[in-house]
Design a protein around this ligand. Sequence first.
Ligand code: SF4
Ligand code: SF4
Length: 214
Amino acid sequence: MEIASLRGRVESLIHVHSRDYVPDILKSGFSCARCGWCCRENFSIRITEDILRPSNAISIFPDDIRRIMKGTGMKWDEAAQPDIYSCLSDGDKIYAIGWLLRRNDAKECVFYMDGACTIYEFRPMICRCYPFFMGERGVEVMHCEGLGKEMAGERAEEIARMLKRFEMKKLRSYINIMAQLGDKLSFANLRALPRGYEGEVIVCDGEGISWRRL
Ligand code: SF4
Ligand code: SF4
């Protein structure tokens, strides 16, 4: 996708009122059952022939990481890890596109403990929007154990506002990442890191560039 087209989407989204999303959200009857399904690995999504992305490989913004750090006292790398499922190779360099919520050895989000989110107040924007996301045809609903229930209008409005903020932030972040990576950012350059990869990864997150040794 071109930067100009993403800018066009940002421009048109600015003029959409989040209340337009409310009917679809209300219709879903969402009320979180706190089952943790979305925090655990349930399936994988095939991105390319050699990239299988776990369902709970959750992309987060630098702002999300800073909020978690402020709320918990954790360090950046305790909360987040480079997105090892979205990497590009360029000669002998490996670039990771952004950050994931860190996952533990049980393949769960590190903040999921005893059946609950331990950072509920500080959780990332994407978790606040789940199970909703903006698709080609508007609001779409992902798998969730908390659908088909009573839902208050205020709660639907709150999620609608978050969904719009999230979508704007995501598009602006893509634009910045595209500017950072230039020609290197192409589907053909996407790579999965080999199992047990040990080496340096350059993380481009739309804000800055970080180096991490895996
Ligand atoms: S799957 Fe749905 S009900 Fe379960 S924790 Fe996630 S958002 Fe809540
Ligand atoms: S931050 Fe909380 S809600 Fe989000 S995936 Fe982790 S445990 Fe689940």
